[in-house]
Design a protein around this ligand. Structure first.
Ligand SMILES: [Zn+2]
Length: 252
């Protein structure tokens, strides 16, 4: 298939960021025929949530790469760039090089919209913060006529409340710093189909999210709060056409 240009590029740090952080937004686009690519900076080998029972730490990169491949299929992504920066060490890696590589990939897939992490890193993960800064720099370095619109994944008060409740249920509150945004620019509200498909993508990341899944599935209200809506911040948009359809306004 000939590579189509002009879609969406998501720049994330770990396998599962794409599904947990932006799965609904991705589905909203891919289901409407918008070509969507992903850059994932690490294999997620540090696995904040541990590793599957019986697996050796050495197995984790391969396990997570396979899980990402499955999630990419569930989200109907057109392409995945999986890089091998150290999980937990993105900020210590060569920021210039990462920025350059993102810049080159933007030049190759020519997205109209780039979505990355903001300076809060969603919940303060240093890899997210570093990747977000490199993404911002790469977009800013594009010449004006070729520069895509830029959005950040955001956490608003409702989502922060979801994370807090979910972490309490799973006992995984360490290392999270939630500073919810009061005002978001785009709130994508997912329909039942989209939530179901997003959960299917999240479920591909079994090595990380199995405990999370089990803890939350008995709480439908919490699931709707956490998975049914995705807030985004518009850093620079090319048109004023943003609607309740989300970023699709950019493609109208
Ligand atoms: Zn992450």
């Amino acid at each position: 298939m000939e590579e189509q240009k002009g879609g969406l590029l998501l720049v994330m740090a770990h396998p599962d960021d794409e599904s947990m952080g932006a799965g609904g937004m991705v589905l909203r686009h891919t289901r409407n025929g918008v070509v969507t690519h992903l850059i994932c900076a690490t294999y997620g080998e540090a696995g904040w949530m541990g590793k599957p029972i019986g697996a050796k730490p050495d197995d984790l990169p391969e396990i997570r790469a396979r899980e990402l491949e499955e999630a990419a299929a569930a989200l109907a992504l057109s392409g995945v760039e999986l890089w091998d920066y150290h999980d937990g060490g993105v900020a210590q890696s060569d920021q210039q090089e990462i920025t350059q590589r993102i810049w080159e990939h933007i030049g190759k897939v020519r997205p109209r919209v780039v979505v990355g992490w903001g300076p809060d890193g969603g919940y303060g993960h240093p890899d997210h913060i570093a990747m977000g800064a490199c993404t911002d720099a790469a977009v800013a370095a594009m010449t004006e006529g070729e520069r895509p619109a830029l959005y950040h994944v955001a956490v608003d008060t409702q989502l922060a409340d979801f994370y807090e409740q979910a972490m309490r249920l799973t006992g995984t509150s360490d290392g999270f710093t939630l500073r919810p945004q009061e005002n978001v620019d785009v709130l994508i509200e997912l329909d039942a189909d989209e939530v179901m498909m997003k959960l299917r993508a999240i479920d591909c990341h079994k090595s990380q999210l199995e405990d999370w899944r089990i803890a939350i599935r008995d709480h439908p209200q919490l699931m709707r709060q956490g998975y049914g809506r995705e807030p985004y911040i518009a850093v620079s948009s090319r048109s004023s056409g943003l609607t309740e359809k989300g970023l699709l306004g950019e493609f109208a």
